[in-house]
Design a protein around this ligand. Structure first.
Ligand code: ZN
Ligand code: ZN
Length: 386
């Protein structure tokens, strides 16, 4: 095959060291392996107006010998498989089908570079497996290494051989590596589970601009954690996840969601119920007696929301899972406003007891459904509830 070669540096250029115009979308910052604008994987020879990213010169192409992954052999099998994945996010499934319908070309999996995983064959000491090929194997090899290190060398197998459901979390620029290339490698090897779901996210921007660590346009977690608790950030990001389209993180939205939702809706519910139990019932949950209609209805609603959250989490609809819990917290607040236990505690203590017992049951449910989003607060609440 031919590979880009920079005469001034006297070296072959790895895909990321060449840049040019994408032949599919005309984006002019496409790299030799992928276009960040349209997400398509590329070969260096596809680029128009290719330049060397090290010296800015124009590379030449030289002949060199490489190993290939015969991707073309998997085209039909992959299309059959992807078309059946009705539970995938539409953007992931549609992107993959379009990608496969465009035809698969065999791709070189080695490069003339000094770093990386060596080729386990004599005579190829100056070549390496290229990163897009070997990185995804890490999912499997890390499982096997983990099993070995634990003294249970077979323990990786249930995750890979018995129809376990493997979820691959990533950003949208990584979709083809996990819905085409890695599945092709798994099919070629045989006997291992293909991905069950690839819930790739779109992009999250920061205050209207693309995040960039090199330009310091980022929220650095150590800085954040010096000032604030982890849970509000987890909450705001989960509530605003770019599951189906790009979304934006802003500090104004952080403050609003923390104050109006976490504190006003959830925190307030927990605070007023637990302090009433503490003040009026000596911190012992009172006997509820026979539940009236509105208390029974609230408990049934909690059970429904609990089941719904489980289904949403399994389907990786995380925003909806979170919304479901917050809606339950709102319902519980309305229940308290209707039942007015702070008044009933003086006029009808049994009714106040039932209201608080029911509200604590709902809080106990929320503690569980919100645990994936607010693990630190949930643990604190769990301790408070005894
Ligand atoms: Zn493009
Ligand atoms: Zn150069």
């Amino acid at each position: 095959m031919v590979q880009p070669y920079c005469a001034s540096e006297q070296r072959y250029l790895a895909d990321r060291y060449v840049e040019g115009t994408c032949p599919h979308c005309a984006f002019d910052g496409a790299r030799g392996d992928q276009c960040d604008n349209c997400g398509r994987t590329l070969d260096p020879k596809d680029l128009q107006g290719m330049t060397c990213r090290i010296c800015g010169g124009t590379p030449e192409f030289r002949e060199t010998e490489h190993f290939f992954l015969k991707l073309s052999a998997f085209e039909d099998q992959l299309l059959d498989w992807v078309r059946k994945q009705d539970h995938w996010r539409p953007n992931v499934r549609n992107f993959t089908i379009g990608y496969l319908e465009g035809g698969l070309h065999d791709r070189a999996i080695t490069r003339d570079i000094e770093w990386g995983v060596p080729i386990p064959l004599d005579g190829y000491e100056d070549k390496r497996l290229y990163v897009w090929f070997e990185a995804v194997i890490g999912y499997l090899s890390a499982s096997i290494e983990w099993a070995h290190n634990n003294g249970t060398p077979e323990a990786w197998k249930p995750f890979w051989e018995d129809g376990s459901r493997a979820y691959y979390f990533m950003g949208k620029d990584n979709i083809p590596f996990h819905t085409v290339i890695w599945p092709a490698m798994l099919l070629g090897y045989g006997g291992l589970n293909l991905p069950y779901d690839v819930p790739a996210n779109e992009y999250l921007n920061l205050e209207g601009f693309k995040l960039s660590t090199s330009r310091n346009w980022a929220v650095w977690l150590p800085d954040y954690l010096d000032r604030y608790e982890p849970d509000p950030l987890r909450y705001v990001i989960a509530a605003n996840l770019p599951e189906t389209s790009d979304s934006d993180f802003s500090w104004r939205e952080y403050v609003r969601r923390n104050n109006d939702e976490l504190v006003a809706t959830y925190g307030n519910l927990v605070h007023r119920v637990l302090s009433m139990v503490s003040r009026n019932f000596d911190s012992v949950l009172p006997d509820p007696g026979e539940l009236d209609e509105v208390s029974g209805a609230l408990l049934a609603e909690a059970q429904r929301r609990f089941d719904e959250t489980e289904a949403y989490l399994e389907a990786v609809r995380l925003r909806q899972a979170l919304q479901s819990s917050m809606a339950l917290a709102q319902t519980a607040n309305r229940y308290l406003d209707q039942k007015e236990p702070w008044r009933a505690v003086r006029s009808d203590k049994a009714d106040a007891a039932q209201t608080l017992w029911t509200a604590v049951s709902v809080i106990n449910c929320l503690k569980t459904t919100l645990y994936p989003f607010l693990p630190f607060s949930s643990q604190k609440l769990h301790t408070m509830l005894g």
